[in-house]
Design a protein around this ligand. Sequence first.
Ligand SMILES: C[S@@+](CC[C@H](N)C(=O)[O-])C[C@H]1O[C@@H](n2cnc3c(N)ncnc32)[C@H](O)[C@@H]1O
Length: 280
Amino acid sequence: MIRTIAYIRKSLIDYYDTNEIESFINIIFNNIYNYSKKEMILNASKKLAEDEFLKIKNIVDQLEQYIPIQYILGSTYFYNLSFNVTPNVLIPRPETEELVDLILKKYSNQKLNVLDIGTGSGCIPITLKKENVIFEMHACDISEKALDVAIKNASNNNTEVNFFKYDALSDKLPKQNDLDIIISNPPYVTEKEKEQMESNVLDNEPHLALFVPNNDPLLFYKAITYKAKKLLKVNGELYFEINEAYGKEMEELLQQNNFEAKIIKDLNGKDRIAFGKLKA
Ligand SMILES: C[S@@+](CC[C@H](N)C(=O)[O-])C[C@H]1O[C@@H](n2cnc3c(N)ncnc32)[C@H](O)[C@@H]1O
């Protein structure tokens, strides 16, 4: 293993910083052997079989093309649960874990009717259902390929979520109403912000999940807020993950639509969650 680790470090040094390379090494050995960091040290002198080395070489070759490790391995962790990911779904982000954590801390063991709009890998509804089994979870996405991944993830994690295809920008409402909570992490990166994005995101993650036009950055938030007014019970709650640049605008949008509004910062101190409670 020591020689293979040296090979990984040497191959990637011109592409990534050293912390990232060490993190790849841990992820690779965890994925192939299920080793923790401690087990890696204990097994450092283990000799790898030829096919095991070739598997690692193949991963390294793809990392050199800046393909995200999660897509190369086909899986990632979110809130300590394992999720399959394909290039048809966004790789779940730590900010979204913060959103899920906020909801779980607020509602332990309450029977609530919950809808997630733009579910991608299904990381939000599956985690909520896993951690609070009495939530009745519904989740939708416009992408059938994303829904296929989400359905598989729900089954792998032994959770029941009602997934359905739905276009959040259409005039129609989904049939689920009388909801207690609506959650959405919709596309929110403007085309002009593209230039500042890392090429590994830009070249590999689905643009359908990421981008909104420059002239209407709140496109999804407006459509979903308007629908939420009709789908939520009085005092029902709306949770959005948002673009840090639009906290103020999001607060105003919610207030104009009869919601009590609050903007919550993420661990990096950036406006990240917009919360609304529907008034009577
Ligand atoms: C930023 S991703 C979020 C994925 C997942 N919820 C997460 O947090 O990792 C946005 C999702 O919205 C979906 N989406 C894009 N346009 C949509 C539309 N018009 N109606 C419903 N979903 C849409 C995309 O397919 C994508 O899965």
